[in-house]
Design a protein around this ligand. Structure first.
Ligand code: HOZ
Length: 430
């Protein structure tokens, strides 16, 4: 495997960009690797600048549910591009995407487009604080809701990968309003609500946690959050940036039958372009400026290219049979990965919700972040590097999920499983 060109680019990048990257996890530091620089991608494959091909299970961290360079998305982008790229004024495309989201997600009656998941969660929290007149929020350890100050407390994803509790630069006066509690632990939420009932503006949760590996909600967890919010007048916010249109067309809330007050989206609704959105009950969303007093704005919000890519993506994934095919491919992949590890004598804990997957090198169980952190991270690092040498591109962190697309072919999945069998043996030998 040649890596010369990626190596040269990284040397230059680190002198120009902090850590050489524009988002920390992709620097691959926690697995002791250098990043590959991507040249292009198509379907379930991507190619680096040295010409190596990989089966891609990052999928741009979730958006690429149709695979890379899908013709419908490409066509929509080409047509839109010819008409101009940004107007900072309303467009028909924004109305169309808003309608698609509202039609798909029962709890969303109005929606506001923003530019990233971080913006969506930050704005939803602001709205929750405004309408309740309360400051405190509850989140869960290992859940990651982007890098807004209030939410960067015991967060997952890059924060977990770099093993830091939060970030310098966030005022203690602000963080004191955030309670981070163990995921899947209803009793602790209950206890905290008894103590702070009148002060909690909202509970924000990843309904399927995808930023500490993959941790599904235990039966009853989300239902209990709904009831607890109702009993103390707090809002329930589902962060569906990863799960929205991924685990089901209507998101995790459709899968589990829960109605949150507000929901946050990103990733898939932008079809691979930068986007985010937050939405929910009409009476709440009507508080957002200019209809209401809660201010939030953005020059590139509702960008026509992002809207066009999102619309094309949602139209494709709404087609009959789409999620069934995804389910089969994902099921086959996870069973194969687990089998390969167990055949090599390694105990693993694995979980899957739709096409989001996670596998930890631990006997488990893994129902929360503390348990996820008990997995063998050194073995994961060696496994990651061996898989990459064999042409499989996994997230370079135990605390990220794997994403399967609709164009991961049987051939690509079989190749991955075969690689996994060899990679785990190599990882154990090192
Ligand atoms: N933190 C995001 C994944 N959970 C994005 C990582 C990246 O783009 O490097």
């Amino acid at each position: 495997m040649k890596i010369a060109k990626s190596g040269t680019l990284m040397k230059k990048a680190v002198s120009l960009i902090p850590g050489g990257v524009n988002s920390p996890v992709r620097a691959c530091r926690s697995v002791g690797a250098e990043p590959v620089f991507v040249a292009r991608a198509e379907g379930c494959y991507l190619w680096d600048v040295d010409g190596n091909r990989y089966v891609d299970y990052i999928g741009s961290w979730g958006p690429m549910i149709l695979g890379h360079a899908h013709p419908a998305v490409q066509d929509a982008l080409r047509q839109t591009l010819l008409k101009g790229t940004s107007f900072g004024a309303p467009t028909e495309l924004e109305v169309e995407l808003a309608q698609l989201i509202i039609d798909a997600v029962d709890s969303v009656e109005m929606v506001r487009m923003v530019n990233s998941g971080t913006e969506a969660t930050m704005s939803a929290i602001r709205l929750a604080r405004a309408v309740t007149g309360r400051d405190m929020i509850i989140k869960f350890d290992g859940c990651y809701h982007g890098h807004a100050d209030s939410l960067l407390v015991d967060a997952g994803s890059g924060v977990a990968t770099l093993a830091i509790a939060g970030s310098p630069g966030i005022p203690a006066d602000l963080i004191k309003h955030t309670l981070s509690l163990p995921y899947n632990d209803v009793e602790t939420v209950q206890r905290m609500l008894e103590r702070y009932a009148e002060k909690i503006a909202c509970i924000i949760v990843e309904p399927v946690a995808g930023n500490m590996g993959l941790v599904p909600p235990k039966t009853g967890f989300l239902e209990s959050l709904r009831q607890l919010c109702d009993s103390c007048g707090a809002l329930l916010i589902f962060d569906e940036v990863m799960t929205g249109f991924r685990v089901a067309f209507g998101g995790a809330q459709a899968l589990y039958g829960i109605v949150p007050d507000l929901s946050c989206f990103g990733k898939i609704i932008g079809g691979g372009l930068p986007v985010g959105a937050y939405g929910g009950r009409r009476d709440l969303m009507e508080q957002v400026a200019p209809q209401g007093p809660v201010y939030q704005a953005g020059t590139l919000s509702g960008n026509p290219l992002a809207m066009a890519a999102g619309i094309a993506t949602l139209r494709e994934i709404a087609k009959p049979g789409f999620y069934e095919r995804l389910e089969q491919a994902s099921q086959k992949l996870l069973a194969g990965l687990v089998d390969a590890a167990r055949q090599a004598g390694v105990q693993v804990w694995a979980d899957r919700v739709g096409s989001m997957l996670g596998m930890y090198f631990t006997p488990g169980p893994v129902y929360d972040f503390q348990q996820a952190k008990k997995s063998d991270l050194d073995l994961f690092a060696r496994y990651y590097k061996a898989m990459r040498r064999k042409g499989v591109y996994l997230a370079p962190s135990q605390f990220e999920a794997l994403f399967v697309s609709a164009v991961h072919t049987d051939e690509a999945i079989e190749q991955t499983i075969e690689a996994a069998g060899q990679a785990i043996v190599e990882a154990l030998d090192q």
